[in-house]
Structure formats: C-alpha cells, structure tokens
Design a protein around this ligand. Structure first.
Ligand code: PAF
Length: 277
C-alpha cells in the first residue's frame, strides 16, 4: 500500500495506472462502514484509492474540527489489511493553499435538513470532493447511504458538472442493535450509547407504517417524533419525509421517499435515514 501526501505524487501515480480506479473519500477514524466501501471498490475496480483528510471547510467555527477523532496509524493498518492500493493523506495547505478562492455551491437541495442547521457545510463538502475527484480521477467513487443528503448533493454535482465518473452508494452499516456506524459515535456516553438505537427503531416504525399502506407523510413524521420524544436523553432536531431527488418535504408518499432524522443524545448529534420505495 502506497501512502501519498502531495497532489504531484497522486498525479504521477495516476498516470501509471491502467484499468479502473475506485475511490473512497474519508475523513479518517475509519470504521466498518468505510471498510465496506473499500470492499465494494475492490470488488468492482482494478485499483482502489482511499483519501484521509479532515476537511476544515465543512465544519462551522462552533463545530468539532479541532477535536474531530483522528488515528492515522490505526487507519493505515486497517486499510493495509483491506489491501487498499493507495492512500492519499494531504495536508491542509496542500488542499487549501493561501490564495484559495474557488467554491462549488450546489443550490436548493443544500438549504434544507443538514444544510439548514449547518450553513456552509455542503459548500465545503462539494468543494473538497470536487478537488479530490480532480486529483484522483477515479472511475467510480463510493459513499455511504448513512449521509443521505451528502450523497444527493454529490450525485447532483457530478451530474450537473458532467463529471466523468460513477457515484456508487452503499447501504448503511449498522451495529447489531441498529445504530448506524459513524466516526462520531465515539462521543456517546454509555447512557447515550444505550439510548442511540432509538433512531433506527423510529425509522423502522415509519417503514412498518408505510408497508401497511400509510401514505400520509405527516403521520409518519408524528410517529417518529413521538417515538424519539419517549426517550428521555434524546432531543429531536428534525424528522423529514422527502422526495429522494429534490429533498422537498412530501405531504403524500406517492414516490420514492427518504425518511431522515437528526437527534442530539447529549453532546453528539446522530443522523440516520431509510429509503421507502
Ligand atoms: O463523508 C465524509 O467523510 C466527508 O464529508 C467527505 C465526503 C470525505 C468529504 O470531506
């Protein structure tokens, strides 16, 4: 496994490759969800590259950029065990040199859900992912369904800017009790960790109602809200039943829908989602 730190090295390496290249962008502190993406990439491509870069521009000043969990040695050992071919680990200056002034802004779908509570977040994500795509030039890029809005934003960007790659989305990887895997789960206290499966349980409840014929999105939102509010540690940020492409809230579920929610469990804020239809 080659570890590269500069854009020049990444480009030189890319020029030597023949055949398809799968790419898994990450912010490190890897877990089974990331490794599943690496396995998908390895199964579908001749080469696999992973990037580890905690992207400062997708954190607001009051978010956890400085304290975001990092463990380079552990990440590299995990990627080596998965037989990753290349790891790109640039410095902040490499990605954002002093004169950096260009941003990628995906409109409309970024002003709701996570975008409404984290202004500028998706501008940072779209910009860094665009840059990483330009540097790595992958054939396919792999993202987890766990970050559903991020996936929608990246798919929109790739289509709108005619990017010459395929965006592949892999299902959310869960702990045995249903908690969606996330690097931020380490922030959970023991009591928060015990309460955390309430997110997935509330989504399953929504799925059951829908499977039994409930098409009223408002009733699904109410049921999820009541389920979350019954957990004393949980503070619901939002629950959404939205069109999967536009992320506009639905009143009637007459097309494929994304049910998503964000919940605070003490300090950590967890997100989860399911697709209906
Ligand atoms: O999902 C993440 O880890 C990040 O948002 C990404 C896609 C690597 C961009 O920094």
């Amino acid at each position: 496994m080659k570890v590269i730190k500069t854009i020049a090295e990444a480009r030189a390496l890319r020029r030597q490759l023949t055949g398809s290249l799968g790419f898994v962008p990450t912010m490190g502190y890897l877990h089974e969800g990331h490794l599943t993406l690496v396995r998908h990439s390895r199964a579908e491509n001749r080469h696999t590259a992973v990037s580890i870069f905690v992207n400062p521009t997708q954190f607001s000043p009051k978010e956890d950029y400085q304290s975001y969990p990092r463990d380079e040695a552990r990440d590299l050992a995990m990627l080596e065990a998965e037989r990753t071919d290349f790891v790109f680990m640039p410095s902040e200056e490499e990605i954002y040199p002093r004169a950096f002034s260009t941003w990628v802004e995906v409109t409309r779908i970024t002003d709701r859900l996570e975008g409404a509570v984290r202004p500028g977040h998706f501008r940072g994500v779209a910009t860094v992912v665009n840059k990483l795509f330009n540097i790595i030039e992958p054939t396919r890029a792999y993202f987890g369904q766990k970050d559903a809005q991020q996936v929608t934003v990246i798919q929109r960007m790739a289509a709108d800017l005619n990017m010459n790659l395929q965006v592949v989305v892999a299902p959310t990887v869960r702990e045995p009790d249903g908690l969606a895997m996330s690097s931020r789960n380490v922030y959970l206290t023991p009591a928060g960790r015990k309460a955390a499966p309430v997110l997935f349980r509330s989504l399953q409840l929504a799925r059951e109602m829908w499977a039994k014929g409930e098409k009223d999105a408002g009733r699904l939102r109410q049921a999820v809200t009541a389920h979350i509010e019954a957990e004393p540690l949980a503070r619901l940020d939002y629950v959404s039943v939205a069109d999967t492409e536009t992320l506009e809230e639905l009143s009637v579920i007459d097309r494929p829908a994304l049910v998503s929610l964000a919940v605070k469990l003490g300090k950590p804020r967890l997100m989860d989602n399911i697709l209906l239809g």
